[in-house]
Design a protein around this ligand. Structure first.
Ligand SMILES: *Cc1c(COP(=O)(O)O)cnc(C)c1O
Length: 348
């Protein structure tokens, strides 16, 4: 058979997204979506979009969103870059900083998209293991990588590296430090302040989790203007569409609704930790909207399968360090109760 693709594409397995069931009534706690609907302001904006807005190309920089995000984060507008989901920013960063001679480094286990993007870009991967408590590995500072990524809060552990430690890392690195803050809306702190001090830091944000907009595909980067200008050269000229810009801007401006949703998720997170521990799971603290639970005696893959038979979906990763664990997205109180009831039956 003819081989049409570059070797690295032929060899690539590709990113495996979590299962997306079609039915609405299933309990879907497998891909870390927000269980609550987007802000009512979002639905208003969607309903009032003019035909003219769709006929024309979108604003290439998404200024409407940029200025809203700049105000929320207390940074100038030229330090914000709009992206087609946080994943778009990751792709842009790999293309901008990495190649055969310019490696990427990141601690593992972490977001499984990073190695896929590295393989696409044909760059070396320097994967430095976390310890059992998910502390930032000291070795990460000395890899010489062109791009270092730290997911914080980390997925799928939910653990958090202190801002001061990331400041030291940024200071020690010769390359760029990208801090993937896709879940930071559920954490106590964020790394925005590092942008002021360091010209090599990029903070990634997503509208998918905290703002209930996974379907619209919107994220953004925060960095000093020098880095933003370079990343702009790499992005698609119209990387965010007109509908997404309007919707994401409406969502980020509705602070009150955002805070309510986040508080509800955090309250359920505390309750789920307690309840899961009570039925025999080891559950570390989490600063995100999911938990990484280990069932001491059980077979994690089996538990996941049993739940799926009952239309309850959580996530299992057959990877080193994760094979005995289950990742559970925090749902509504009702969804969480259905999961707990099913788990009690399975592990009884
Ligand atoms: C969800 C997620 C992103 C970005 O997701 P988008 O939906 O593309 O915004 C980035 N990093 C991690 C670790 C994530 O979980």
């Amino acid at each position: 058979m003819m081989v049409y693709f570059r070797d690295n594409i032929e060899d690539l397995k590709g990113y495996e997204p979590g299962f997306q069931p079609k039915e609405a009534e299933v309990v879907k706690l497998n891909t870390n979506e927000n269980p609550y609907p987007p802000s009512a302001k979002v639905m208003e904006v969607l309903g009032s979009l003019s035909a003219e807005r769709l006929r024309r190309y979108p604003d290439p920089l998404g200024e409407e969103f940029r200025s809203a995000a700049a105000a929320v984060n207390g940074v100038p507008t030229d330090q914000i870059m709009c992206c087609n989901g946080g994943d778009d920013l990751l792709t842009i960063a790999f293309r901008a900083f990495c190649d055969e001679k310019r490696p990427v480094a990141y601690p593992i286990p972490t977001y499984s998209l990073y190695p896929v993007l590295a393989k696409l870009q044909n760059c070396e991967r320097i994967e430095v293991p976390f310890d059992a408590e998910f502390n930032l590995p000291a070795k990460l500072a000395g890899t010489g990588a062109a791009l270092t990524i730290v997911c914080n809060p980390n997925a799928p552990s939910g653990s958090f590296v202190r801002v001061e430690e990331l400041a030291s890392l940024a200071d020690e690195l010769s390359g760029v430090l990208l801090i993937d803050e896709a879940y930071v809306d559920f954490a106590e702190k964020n790394c925005t302040e590092l942008i002021r001090e360091f010209d090599n830091v990029i903070v990634l944000r997503s509208m998918s989790k905290g703002y209930s907009l996974a379907g619209i595909r919107f994220g953004y980067g925060i960095a000093q203007p020098g880095l933003i200008a370079g990343l702009m050269k790499v992005k698609d000229s119209y990387n965010v569409d007109a509908v997404a810009i309007a919707v994401a801007a409406a969502a980020i401006k509705d602070r009150e609704y955002f805070k309510q949703c986040v508080e509800k998720v955090k309250a359920e997170r505390s309750r789920m930790i307690e309840q899961l521990r009570a039925i025999g799971f080891d559950v570390p603290k989490s600063q995100s909207n999911f938990l990484l639970a280990r069932y001491k005696e059980g077979n994690a893959a089996k538990i996941c399968e049993e739940l799926a038979k009952q239309d309850i979906y959580i996530r299992y990763f057959p990877y080193p360090g994760l094979a005995d664990k289950l990742r559970i997205t925090i749902g509504t109180a009702e969804q969480n109760d259905r999961l707990l009831a099913a788990l009690k039956e399975i592990v009884a």
